[in-house]
Design a protein around this ligand. Structure first.
Ligand code: SF4
Length: 267
């Protein structure tokens, strides 16, 4: 017997009736999405990439490097991240077409910075390098809140350091980057008019400082694991709590101890 289900859709004043057929399609698509995005997540590198090395919260970096660290804060699904991945793929196709074989651009280009102090190499894929402008271009697909914040405060250290590390990786390959451009594409807008482009000079020193911090934190983690002092390390590592803690996989405001999560500003 058919058992219609009631589903509250966004912007609908009253629940709509969903038939069994609709429910089956919803379930099948949800499973398709979950399996695909989960496979993507599994193939992600386990070492830290350029997007994580500029993370302001050292506590988060350390937890990220601890194998088996508890991640109590599960986000519902990776829809927003996947939207970003799809837009990046589309922008790469657009760049290929625009370049049309001129070799002006490096597109979705791999960089590798050798590891030090026992840390693995930093591997990453930059979005776009414009050889004519000697500019590294890093796309960010962001919601309105981030767009507004960046309009007032700039892209912030994390995005800036990510771009500088890509620049550093390019320089190791013999390229001569002069500038880093962090480009904010509006995820929620109706046109690209709201795009923001934040340009800064390439600074190998910024990249080196960030890499040194990462290598030191990596060393701290390795020593703590060897000496069985992970709790002590977590207690001693600085936190940088802020409005984004709610999105941090390690956030757990009810954590009874450091091993079961980070309490953010309540730690
Ligand atoms: S919850 Fe906040 S303070 Fe704690 S590790 Fe995550 S980002 Fe850092």
């Amino acid at each position: 017997m058919a058992s219609d289900r009631f589903v509250q859709l966004p912007d609908m004043p009253t629940p709509v009736r969903e038939s069994d057929a609709a429910y089956r399609i919803r379930t099948m698509l949800g499973e398709m999405f979950w399996l695909h995005t989960n496979r993507e997540a599994r193939t992600q590198q386990v070492s830290l990439g350029p997007s994580e090395i500029g993370e302001p919260c050292e506590q988060k970096i350390v937890r990220r490097m601890l194998p088996g660290a508890m991640m109590p804060n599960h986000t519902k699904d990776s829809w927003l991240r996947w939207l970003g991945t799809c837009v990046h793929a589309g922008l790469a196709t657009a760049a290929e077409e625009y370049d049309s074989g001129r070799q002006r651009f490096l597109i979705e280009h791999r960089i590798e910075i050798p590891g030090q102090r026992g840390a693995p190499p930093v591997l990453g894929t930059l979005d776009l390098y414009d050889r004519k402008e000697a500019t590294l271009i890093d796309h960010k697909i962001v919601g309105e809140r981030t767009l507004n914040r960046c309009a007032n405060e700039g892209p912030g250290d994390k995005y800036s350091i990510q771009g500088q590390i890509y620049g550093f990786g390019l320089a190791l390959q013999g390229e001569t980057p002069k500038s880093i451009a962090v480009v904010m594409w509006p995820r929620d807008g109706k046109s690209i008019d709201a795009m923001q482009v934040h340009v800064e000079s390439y600074s190998p020193q910024i990249a080196r400082d960030a890499l040194r911090r990462y290598w030191q934190l990596h060393l701290n983690v390795a020593s703590a694991e060897e000496g069985n002092t992970v709790s002590e390390l977590l207690k001693a590592t600085p936190l940088d709590p802020g409005p984004l803690c709610g999105y941090c996989p390690f956030y757990n405001k009810k954590a009874a101890d450091v091993l079961s999560g980070c309490r953010g500003k309540d730690a």
